[in-house]
Design a binder for this molecule. Structure first.
Ligand SMILES: C[S@@+](CC[C@H](N)C(=O)[O-])C[C@H]1O[C@@H](n2cnc3c(N)ncnc32)[C@H](O)[C@@H]1O
Length: 287
């Protein structure tokens, strides 16, 4: 792994002129992306000729660099969504549109203690770590060792090193020690209802549970299991659809393609022990 230059306060440097160690995303005239890590004296070989890293080092972000065949490439540091969409994966990742919903409706705040399962490819973990900040903590469980390896590689590559406030455990969330309480819990796994006993006993009163499931049958099983536990507010369920638009001159219209379905989102809040869940007639909107 090539390490990125680290800033003591913020992890890898994410602004200012390009420096050795920076990850750079090049975009060619057809909009294709290529990713490289800058190293003095090295070249990046494209099908339109080589690009010297030294042409980029010291240049401002947003510069255009020419390849040996005079093809222009736009150079920017990848944003977290760019990184997530390009990351190598074992398990399917949570897409940026859903990660944003999870952080907002899961109310993942700076300083929060978050418990997550499964870590999968580590995509959501990157967003959770950013949201809790240096004073918070993310504890991730991943039952499959091969998926955990992807998570470690992806998180370390994004942050430039293993974040001190991240704890990845290779194992079943069901075996979690409930004495290690959490303010927020996010479940992205096949059968989240199976771990609800440990989730109930780990989440603090008022804490938020976020569930992320791909099918309606999983959604039904999860919501009914939560109601049966009788220690939750009424589950809120929704999905997010983002429709990109083509906007050039007067040709302003929706793009022909979109990511239509990823998964359903669910939130519920932990009630204090001994409280009977109130019946809610009308649900607040998730707009
Ligand atoms: C869809 S992936 C998670 C993707 C991840 N959220 C991301 O954004 O990269 C689901 C993961 O849950 C893991 N898993 C399933 N059951 C689990 C359990 N009981 N405890 C821990 N991990 C579990 C699976 O091995 C799988 O890697």
């Amino acid at each position: 792994m090539q390490s990125e230059q680290l800033d003591e306060e913020r992890g890898p440097v994410r602004s200012g002129p390009f420096r050795p160690g920076d990850r750079v995303q090049l975009t060619d005239p057809k909009g294709r992306h290529f990713s490289l890590v800058l190293e003095r004296g090295q070249s990046y070989h494209t099908h339109r000729g080589a690009i010297d890293h030294d042409k980029l080092i010291g240049a401002p972000e947003g510069s255009v660099v020419l390849s040996a065949a005079n093809t222009p490439y736009l150079a920017l540091r990848p944003l977290l969504p760019d990184y997530v969409l390009a990351m190598p994966r074992g398990a399917q990742v949570i897409y940026p549109k859903d990660a944003a919903q999870i952080v907002m409706w899961g109310d993942v705040f700076p300083g929060a203690r978050v418990l997550e399962a499964g870590a999968g490819s580590g995509a959501l973990t990157c967003s959770l770590l950013r949201a809790v900040g240096p004073t918070g903590h993310v504890r991730s469980y991943e039952i499959r060792a091969d998926h955990a390896e992807h998570a470690v590689t992806n998180v370390e590559r994004f942050y430039g090193e293993r974040p001190e406030n991240w704890d990845l455990r290779v194992g079943d969330l069901a075996d979690h020690d409930t004495g290690e309480t959490a303010d927020r819990i996010v479940l992205d796994m096949l059968a989240p209802w199976e771990v609800l006993p440990v989730v109930r006993d780990t989440l603090v009163p008022g804490g938020v549970l976020v569930g992320y499931v791909a099918t309606t049958t999983q959604l039904s099983t999860l919501t009914e299991a939560l109601r049966e536990q009788a220690c939750w507010t009424e589950p809120q369920v929704w999905e997010s659809m983002v429709r990109p638009w083509h906007a050039v001159g007067l040709a302003v219209r929706p793009e022909h393609r979109m990511i239509a379905h990823t998964a359903f989102l669910l939130t519920a809040r932990r009630l204090a022990d001994g409280v009977t869940p109130p019946r809610v007639q009308r649900r607040p909107s998730r707009g």
